[in-house]
Design a protein around this ligand. Structure first.
Ligand code: ATP
Ligand code: MG
Length: 192
């Protein structure tokens, strides 16, 4: 199965993805983690990525897609199923993902949307910023990221809703409780 974990910055995508890996053993790709690893290694790509991330902007689609393509090619085990965390973030990325999965006789099976109120998102990200060392976890950049999410990424909810693939999950409350709800929704799409 190919599962997309979707939601605003700070909605808990990474946290829930970690639990999903344990449960299902699928290959996990967090595009944010991939980019931050490049930044940490000081590569050319990392420098380019940092210039966008530190401003709260998205990395250009073509660059992001090339990176994703390469990571998947390096991990043949991903053919059994992938948990996509932080991708797609634009309609163009979603359409490219469909084409990419179709080439391997796959598709996006379900999009799990973690829905969290904006006030809570800001609070979580500011808290994370105290220890994350991330250049984008500060109030100005957080606001910018939320704008980018609302203007470029949120449209994917309707995009996937119209395909019958979007499942909303209330992303507030206990981590375990949220995870139980996610598992139920994934099982509902497994046999389709
Ligand atoms: P969460 O806290 O829920 O994990 P997040 O938005 O804080 O989400 P990441 O997913 O790690 O964090 O993304 C961090 C940054 O990396 C984004 O703001 C963006 O600049 C860049 N990025 C990550 N994924 C993409 C993507 N698919 N397309 C373009 N840029 C991306
Ligand atoms: Mg993350």
């Amino acid at each position: 199965m190919n599962i997309v974990i979707f939601g605003a910055p700070g909605s808990g995508k990474g946290t829930q993805s970690a639990l999903l890996i344990e449960e299902y053993g699928y290959y996990h790709i967090s595009t944010g983690d991939v980019l931050r690893a490049q930044i940490a290694q000081g590569t050319e790509l990392g420098k380019i990525a940092d210039s966008y991330i530190s401003k709260g902007q998205l990395i250009p689609d073509e660059l992001m897609i090339d990176i994703l393509d390469e990571v998947l090619a390096e991990h043949p085990e991903s053919a059994k199923g992938v948990i996509f965390d932080g991708f797609p973030r634009t309609i163009h990325q979603a359409e490219t993902l469909d084409a990419l999965l179709a080439k391997r006789n796959g598709k996006v099976d379900v999009v799990v949307g973690l829905e969290v109120e904006e006030e809570e998102l800001i609070e979580r990200l500011i808290n994370r910023g105290k220890t994350s060392g991330r250049s984008d976890d500060n109030l100005d950049t957080i606001k910018k990221r939320l704008d980018v999410y609302n203007n470029q990424t949120n449209v994917l909810r309707d995009h996937y809703k119209s395909q019958g693939k979007y499942e909303a999950v209330h992303g507030m409350g206990s981590i375990e409780g949220i995870f139980e709800n996610i598992k139920t929704l994934i099982e509902k799409h497994r046999s389709r």
